[in-house]
Design a protein around this ligand. Sequence first.
Ligand code: SF4
Ligand code: FES
Length: 284
Amino acid sequence: MSGEFFLATHYSQLTTHNSKNMSNGNMNLTLKVWRQKNAQTAGKFVTYKAEGISPDMSFLEMLDVVNESLVHKGEDPIYFDHDCREGICGMCSLYINGHPHGPKRAITTCQLHMRSFHDGQTITIEPWRAAPFPVIKDLAVDRSAFDRIQQAGGYVSVNTGGVPDANEIAIPKVIADEAFNSATCIGCGACVAACKNASAMLFVSAKVSQLGMLPQGQPERFRRVQSMVAQMDEEGFGNCTNTGACEAECPKEISLTNISRMNNDYFSAKLFRQEELHEQSHGE
Ligand code: SF4
Ligand code: FES
């Protein structure tokens, strides 16, 4: 069975359309995909045909189908990250036609559908490109730098004992909402990929904000921001120069306000030694 025939039969199983009849809106596409064995070897673009693609497929389903045909032909499938496929985990990380997560705003790659493209289009697919995100293989990069930044300070202390009453600590709704907005960051790294400096400020500031705005996050507030920024610098991420590309490409629409808030806490901690004042006033 030829690869093309295999693709067509697979599409007809995934959709109710007859893939032999292109009047049903199915598309023929050209993919230019970045292939790279590992971080030590040079990569290059390889061209593939994706034919009879239903507009109702997700971008990852389209890649699944291409991979099935590659496997069928005895070729190495395209390696890419994914997990939940519903915009929650942050694993899918493709740079599509010059945009992290593709051309649509406020969605992840797994939420992108092929109806966002047109018949005959060429689609270029690359990995996140940033020195702190080395390529693992093809389109998958190592984002463990984000884990290490989180480990440096992204936690709150929890006292042992009985479970406190849920309403014991009153939090104004506006603060709760803002903290929740910051907490929607899924750690995908699109902000880094979008930034010409490979800055991780949007990610780090979202993590700093989600804890630093709430009463539970106060004990480590000033220590947290210093530790996480220090780790961010150690990992080799660049500085923020306020271009706003991160906010524009973030699938969760994390606001630049988080960066202002983080800078405020950071300078406060450094200039006014807030951490020591806090510890003195709490007898630590
Ligand atoms: S700030 Fe946005 S782009 Fe950056 S890691 Fe979080 S969700 Fe992804
Ligand atoms: S696969 Fe989980 S967010 Fe896309």
